[in-house]
Design a protein around this ligand. Sequence first.
Ligand SMILES: [Cu+2]
Length: 234
Amino acid sequence: MKFVSRLASLFAVAFATSTLWAQGTIKGKVVFQGTPLKPRMISMKQDKKCDALHKGKPVTGDDFVLNPNGTLQWVLVYVKSGAKGGKAPSKPVVLTQHECIYRPHVFGIMVGQPLEIRNDDPLLHNVHFVSKKNGTFNLGQPVKGMKTQKVFRSPELPPSSYFKCDVHPWMRAYVGIFDHPYFAVTDSKGTFTISGLPAGTYEIEAWHEKLGTQSQKVTLKAGETKDITFVFKR
Ligand SMILES: [Cu+2]
C-alpha cells in the first residue's frame, strides 16, 4: 500500500513537472480585408531563357498573394519580444532560384543556421544579398545545380534584409534572421504555426511586404495552444 501511494506521488510529481515544462503553440491565420492590390505581372522577355521556362507567358509576382479563402500568403509571423535562445539547427534552410523566381519568397532563419542557395535553372543567376546588420554579398551562379552556403550573424527583420538578382530585376526574396526559433511564414491557406514555446507573454508580429506590420500580445500557459488572427486592411 505504502509502495502504491509512493508510486502515485511520484507520478504526480512527474506530471506536474511535465506540465510546467510543456511547450505551447501559437497558431492562426492572416486575413485580408478591403480592396486587394492588383497583381503585379512580370514579363521575363529581357531574358529569353527565363521567358522560355514560362512558355512566354507573364508571371504573377509574389508581393501580394491573396489566397482564395481571403487570407494572405508570404506573411512572416514571429515572436518580437519575450523569447530567448535555442540552438541553431544544423539543417540548412534552402533558397532556390527556380524558373527565374526565388523560392520561398519570404522565409525565416536562425543566426548561425546554414542557408543553402541553389540554382535550379540552366542559366546565369546572380545572388545579391542586401542588409543593414549582416553585410552584403554578391555571387554569380552561372550553372544549373550550383550550391553555395552562407550563415548570418545578427538578428534582422525584413524589409532591410533581402535577396535580389542583378540579372533579373523582378527576382526578390525576403529573410527574417532570428536569435530564437519562433517564427513561421503563412502558406497558401494563410495559416502559420509557431510551436515549442515555453509559458510566457509574447509580442507576436506579422510582417507583409506591401502592408507593413501588425502585432499583438499573447500570454501562453504551459502546454497551451492559442489560436490568433491578424487582419490586414487596405
Ligand atoms: Cu536571376
